[in-house]
Structure formats: C-alpha cells, structure tokens
Design a protein around this ligand. Structure first.
Ligand SMILES: [Zn+2]
Length: 124
C-alpha cells in the first residue's frame, strides 16, 4: 500500500496530506479574493460612470466649472487634516459605551448601539 497516496500509516504521509489540504485551502482563498477584487473593480467603474454623469448634468444645469469642482475636492480632502486624495472617515466613539467604533459598521461592535449619522455618506 502506498502510504503517501493514502495519507496514513506514516508521519510523512500525514504531513503530505496536511500540506496538500493547506495548499487547496490557500488556492481556494486566493480564488475567492480574486473574485472579490474583480467585483469591487466592477462596482468602482460603475460608480465612476454615475459620478461622471452627475457632474455632466450639474455642469449643464449650473454655471459650475471644472475649477470649482477641483477646489471643492481639495477642500473636502483637507477636512480630515491630510491632503491625500481621499475622504478618510474620522474616528467616532460610541455614545453608549465610549469605545471606538469601526468606520465599516453601522452598530457598535461592543454594545450594539446604533452609530449616529452625521451625513448621508456615513451610511455608505
Ligand atoms: Zn458601544
């Protein structure tokens, strides 16, 4: 009987089976991460398209210019104190337990209290 093939009877066979399982799980996790990234890229492209369409409509209906938009982008970028091309969310403390709340969750991870929305973008 081939112990390596069936993965039992020797420590080498058990180790090889475990390594093969680890490799299979790693391949599966990598495939899942690739699909997640592709999905995010697709959503980002669609979001960019909608933003461009909205900006085009705003320009058609108002006298706002590209310079106005760039100036506003810079102003909002600086609201977190760092000009980095991102609208970084500020740290918010839970009003119920006082712990730092995750920017990615709508409720406190410690006590379950709802996060107070300061703007419409807090819900995104
Ligand atoms: Zn809390």
């Amino acid at each position: 009987m081939n112990h390596l093939l069936f993965g039992h009877g020797t420590s080498v066979g058990v180790g090889a089976a475990s390594a093969a399982g680890d490799a299979a799980r790693a391949r599966s996790a990598a495939g899942s991460a690739k699909r997640d990234v592709a999905h995010m890229e697709d959503r980002l492209e669609r979001l960019s398209l909608v933003c461009m369409a909205m900006w085009s409509l705003i320009q058609d209906k108002t006298k706002l210019t590209e310079e106005d938009l760039l100036e506003r982008v810079k102003m909002i970028d600086l609201m977190d104190g760092v000009e980095d091309g991102k609208a970084t969310r500020g740290v918010q403390k839970c009003r119920a337990c006082g712990r730092v709340m995750s920017a990615r969750h709508r409720k406190c991870l410690y006590c379950g209290a709802e996060k107070l929305a300061k703007s419409a973008f807090d819900a995104i």
